[in-house]
Ligand binder design. Structure first.
Ligand SMILES: Nc1ncnc2c1ncn2[C@@H]1O[C@H](COP(=O)(O)OP(=O)(O)OP(=O)(O)O)[C@@H](O)[C@H]1O
Length: 226
């Protein structure tokens, strides 16, 4: 069986800076690969290239059997929902003036899966799935705590029915007392939905607990996968 995600010889530069230097790895459905390494070693740039947020200079990103770097924006659009990012800043992935229920409805509308009866029910289901009271759907992001907001961001990602979550330090900005709850939620969702996780994390205790394999980066290069 071919992997869900296959990255080959990925190179990302910013001017003279080689942020990602011929990085290759595979990720299977249902698997967590942690991407670790010192600040500035190229973890976020790798994630951005996988997500198609930044075109790599060279290399290949295969996802669900398609080579993404060869595809134009139009061809990429239907594939994008299947890979969803969760970023460090819990407030960053939600629009500050959009109520939570509208933020969750948006992917359904954009992907033409909105139905006036089933849509609101699906939004409530998504909130419950991430451990939030559906009544919180009425709130704006700043009316939620950091942990609640990150859960809402995860619910928004799930609205697209992804196969892969790209988690870029998803709990680093949260109060230490709520981190374990969000990490356990991600692990439970992975188990029930069979999601693959590309998990950028600098906390090695967390990595040991949650990752199946660990890819260590240094100065743009992937040094080893264990
Ligand atoms: N938009 C950008 N413009 C110029 N240089 C950049 C940009 N983004 C990243 N870089 C540089 O690319 C290199 C890799 O950065 P990247 O953010 O991918 O590393 P990282 O491992 O995710 O770091 P951190 O753990 O601090 O987030 C660094 O030298 C960084 O300064």
């Amino acid at each position: 069986m071919s992997p869900l995600l296959r990255v080959r010889d990925l190179v990302v530069t910013y001017g003279d800076t080689v942020a990602v230097d011929h990085v290759s790895f595979d990720l299977d459905a249902g698997e967590t690969l942690a991407l670790v390494g010192p600040s500035g070693c190229g973890k976020s740039s790798t994630a951005a290239a996988v997500l198609g947020l930044r075109r790599p200079d060279s290399g290949e990103v295969w996802f669900q059997g398609r080579e993404l770097t060869r595809l134009g924006e139009r061809a990429l659009r239907p594939l994008r929902p299947a890979m969803q990012p969760v970023f460090q800043d819990p407030y960053g992935s939600l629009s500050p003036r959009q109520r939570i229920r509208d933020a969750l409805a948006e992917p359904l509308r954009v992907q033409r899966r909105w139905d006036p009866v089933a849509g609101p029910r699906r939004v409530a289901e998504l909130l419950v799935a991430v451990g939030l009271d559906p009544a919180l759907g009425d709130r704006l992001p700043h009316e939620l705590s950091g942990g609640q907001c990150q859960r809402a961001g995860i619910a928004r990602a799930l609205a697209s029915e992804p196969r892969l979550l790209v988690l870029d330090e998803p709990v680093s900005a949260l109060d230490p007392s709520v981190r374990a709850g969000v990490l356990n939620l991600l692990a439970e969702l992975q188990e029930t939905l069979g999601l693959a996780h590309l998990f950028i994390c600098h906390d090695m205790a967390v990595v040991r607990h949650f990752a199946d394999r660990t890819a260590e980066m240094r100065a743009g290069r992937l040094e080893r996968i264990t």
